[in-house]
Design a protein around this ligand. Structure first.
Ligand code: ADP
Length: 497
């Protein structure tokens, strides 16, 4: 069954496209990038061996355009397509169109993806495999919903069967809201996903989100690469992820890994995937399987010393997965987004005027950012992921706090200072983790230190010192090589030590 792949088309953009291209090259493949009109000068375009414009800025006409992407793969003679995450990565029709064109899809088979992509169908697979799920009912019928809510107690959570990415969920706090909430949820699901099916779950009060990384091959082998704790979320979207999950007992970890493997086997899962669970006290409940590479996969890579994209390519080439070596140390990732944490996380756009990338032992920055890059409003605002590894959690955390302090990006408002405050906090240090962490400890966060418009600082820097663009770290006082020195103790967050 071994297939020798030669050329990979990467059906994505941003940091993940660049990250996949890098690994594909190491794996020995030629690469083809696709890009929209808004991304012509994007880093992934320059990084690939070949690149093709597939459509205008609107994702629906470019990165979501199955026909254009498959045609591009054929035109360039690509024998495999990697979908990345987001966009078409979990669309069975894309995997099918790729297979129909005799091109290898780097992911699970379309029918497996279809079964798992539907939250109701995935719940059924879990139940049949003996994996615990959040108590729930698969109906939107009002009297059954009332009965269920009376049994488990409010609040309850209405979910869209086709939902994803934190969308299509609605918390119902009390009985009087139930009927209108059911109707609105079904209506919204139809509008957002073209599928109005909804189901209801008990809303867990203080869960942690813990997920298991799995890899499966075409020979029936499935292995797990430990867990990631992704409890630090804002509006059900992850912002900080780590591995191992602090305080998770070996027994609980073993049970969750066993459940994830059972699920993967029951679904006939191949390639990289993630089984997501909620954990509350001594119980864990299956949430869903994400049939793709996750944004937060680097924390697993750093502990296991592996490259998950290369593993995906090996599996796609017909290779076998092996039991992983024992993991070491701890890794924490945070997502640097183009958004304004002081103004309700409003999305930000702009031109990167100055970028200083942190470094040092155990520091990794996965990003497509470069000086002069444009951040447009067309796509999600992920600018990069900063990941730190350490012998233990405290070392990883200390490195990440430092790295976020070194990181500086002017011209595009972002959440780096916010992330730094969270990761430096006593609550995070003490791992008081739950999906309500942000609401409990960081609602109403304001930036510390003087309020100086970043654009003014950027202008000062570029006008005042030609060396600024090198992004050099501050030197000692005699040298005054960095314009930051001219700003005294000013930092975009707090004062410099
Ligand atoms: P999506 O596919 O949109 O990411 P998930 O089902 O994976 O949705 O859930 C995303 C997040 O929503 C979880 O990590 C958790 O914070 C919250 N959530 C989901 N289901 C529940 C539940 N039953 N009780 C409490 N929180 C939940």
């Amino acid at each position: 069954m071994a297939r020798r792949l030669k050329k990979l088309l990467v059906a994505n953009r941003g940091e993940i496209a660049l990250r996949i291209i890098r690994s594909a090259r190491v794996f020995g493949l030629k690469t083809v990038a696709v890009y929209s009109a808004a991304d012509a000068t994007s880093a992934h375009v320059g990084a690939a061996d070949e690149a093709i414009l597939i459509g205008p800025a609107e994702a629906a006409k470019s990165y979501l355009n199955i026909a254009a992407i498959v045609a591009a793969a054929k035109q360039f003679g690509a024998d495999a397509i990697h979908p990345g995450y987001g966009f078409l990565s979990e669309r069975p029709e894309f995997a099918q169109a790729t297979a129909d064109a005799q091109i290898v899809f780097v992911g699970p088979r379309p029918e497996v993806m279809a079964a798992l992509g539907d939250k109701v169908a995935a719940r059924r697979i879990a139940v049949a495999a003996g994996v615990p799920v959040v108590p729930g009912i698969e109906t939107a019928e009002i009297s059954a919903a009332r009965e269920f809510a009376a049994l488990v107690g409010y609040p309850i959570l209405i979910k869209a069967a086709a939902g994803g990415g934190g969308r299509g969920m609605r918390v119902v706090a009390e009985a009087s809201q139930l009927e209108t909430a059911l109707e609105a949820a079904a209506r919204e699901a139809t509008a957002a996903f073209g599928d109005g099916r909804i189901f209801i779950e008990k809303y867990l009060a203080h869960p942690r989100h813990i997920e298991i990384q799995i890899l499966g091959d075409d020979h029936g082998n499935v292995v797990a690469l430990g867990e990631r704790d992704c409890s630090i979320q804002r509006r059900h979207q992850k912002i900080i992820e780590e591995s191992p999950a602090p305080g998770l007992s070996a027994e609980m970890r073993a049970k969750m890994i066993d459940a994830a493997l059972k699920l993967a086997r029951a679904a006939g899962y191949t390639n990289a995937g993630t089984a997501e669970f909620l954990v509350e006290s001594d119980n864990f409940y299956f949430l869903e399987v994400n049939a793709r590479l996750q944004v937060e996969h680097p924390v697993t890579e750093m502990r296991f010393g592996c490259d998950l994209v290369c593993e995906q390519l090996r599996i796609a080439s017909g290779g076998k997965v092996d039991e992983p070596a024992a993991p070491r140390g701890a890794a924490i990732e945070c997502r640097i987004n183009a958004e304004d944490p002081e103004h309700d996380f409003r999305p930000a756009t702009g031109t990167v005027l100055h970028l200083r990338v942190p470094g040092g032992p155990g520091v990794r920055f996965d990003s497509h950012l470069t000086s002069g890059a444009e951040v447009t409003p067309w796509y999600d605002g992920l600018l990069g992921k900063l990941i730190c590894y350490g012998a233990d959690r405290e070392e990883a955390r200390g490195r990440l706090v430092n790295a976020l302090g070194e990181f500086s990006l002017l011209g595009v408002t972002n959440n780096a200072a916010y992330l730094r405050d969270i990761i430096a906090s006593d609550q995070f240090r003490d791992a008081k983790l739950s999906t309500h962490f942000i609401d409990s400890f960081f609602s109403g966060w304001r930036i510390g230190g003087p309020e100086i418009d970043a654009a003014i600082v950027a202008a000062l820097i570029t006008a005042g010192d030609p060396q600024a663009e090198t992004g050099a770290l501050p030197q000692n006082n005699n040298q005054r090589r960095s314009p930051w020195d001219g700003l005294g103790n000013f930092e975009l967050w707090g004062s410099r030590k």
